[in-house]
Design a protein around this ligand. Structure first.
Ligand SMILES: [Zn+2]
Length: 334
């Protein structure tokens, strides 16, 4: 066997020739391309995962740069999924990397999970984690839950049918505003890198078909205080998702939602691609409308409307979802 880029990994008894081959045949879905997602995606790519699917709805911001992998100041303002894919292709040009700039709603979650062998959590909100959990449990696809905040975080590989799911651990998402965000509580730069590394190792073990994986092993790390703890989570007998198979988070939700960073996100009612140049032409007579980095930013009626190619929009300058929906219907949906 030639000493290719995976030689030092293939020699591991835990992985071996067979494990490395299975990695190369596998598809991993990384949901969210922030700090956790970029570190995780890079690790899976370098480990030899054959195909990577990326999904993220946001743009690269300067406040992300202290903790992410892959992004540089040149990427500011670009959709995170596209910027991550560009960087990953430079690292491993032979690996198929498929980015999606989109909100991960139930329909898209089902579609992407069905096309994946493992899912890596790089999300910044709990609501979408419950969508991912439902989609993965429904389909029987393993996923690695990871959350970070402040100086630490936690991670657990969820193996449907073999161990607990996210709803066995936390039956319901907390109400909006109950958990501080990274914007409020802060985040230490190395924390997502460390947690993403633990999660990526679990994902690699899943894809390699390792018998050593322990279902329900929740790891908690505090990097500042040097604490690592592990605890065993058991399946909840009445779990709505993995017990009763009621996938409540896969039913369509409200289309307008207040974002934690300010503004309101409005989702399109139908899937498809918006012609942003055409929309720019329609909105330009009403106020400044600028097309850059694949998104349209328009100032209109005292608000800022950012429209993405998938028809999603973020309305800044309003806090009322109904008002945001009305503006969207007036100017974007028609
Ligand atoms: Zn469960």
């Amino acid at each position: 066997m030639a000493l290719d880029r995976f030689a030092r990994q293939r020699v591991l008894p835990e992985l071996g020739e067979g494990g490395q081959r299975r990695l190369g045949e596998a598809t991993a879905l990384v949901v969210g391309c922030g700090a956790l997602g970029t570190h995780g995606a890079e690790l899976l790519l370098r480990a030899g995962v054959g195909r990577l699917l990326l999904v993220d709805r946001d743009l690269v911001e300067e406040t992300n740069l202290h903790r992410v992998a892959l992004f540089t100041p040149d990427d500011l303002g670009k959709p995170k999924a596209l910027a991550a894919a560009e960087a990953l292709r430079r690292i491993a040009p032979d690996t198929e990397v498929v980015p999606r700039v989109a909100h991960l709603g139930p329909e898209l979650a089902r579609e992407l999970v069905a096309d994946s062998d493992v899912v890596l959590d790089g999300l910044d909100n709990l609501e979408t984690r419950y969508v991912v959990n439902d989609a993965c449990v429904e389909r029987g696809i393993p996923w690695v839950y990871t959350a970070v905040l402040g100086t630490g975080g936690m991670t657990m590989a969820i193996l449907p049918g073999k161990g607990p799911c996210l709803r066995c651990l936390f039956p319901d998402p907390p109400p909006p505003g109950a958990i501080p965000t990274c914007a409020e509580a802060g985040i230490l730069g190395p924390v997502p890198a460390a947690l993403a590394a633990v999660a990526a190792a679990q994902a690699i073990a899943v894809l390699a078909g390792s018998a050593d994986l322990v279902p329900g092993r929740l790891l908690l790390l505090d990097l500042w205080r040097g604490r690592v703890e592990g605890t065993d989570v058991v399946r909840a007998p009445g779990c709505p998702a993995c017990g009763r198979r009621r996938f409540e988070f896969l039913s369509p939700g409200p289309s307008a939602a207040v974002l934690c960073g300010g503004g309101v996100q409005v989702l399109p009612r139908t899937r498809g691609t918006v012609d942003l140049a055409d929309l720019q032409g329609r909105l330009a007579p009403l106020g400044p409308a600028r097309l850059a980095q694949g998104v349209l930013v328009a100032q209109i009626e005292g608000v800022e409307l950012t429209v993405f190619p998938d028809g999603r929009a973020v309305v800044k300058g309003v806090s009322d979802p109904a008002r945001a929906q009305a503006l969207y219907d007036r100017y974007v949906a028609r």
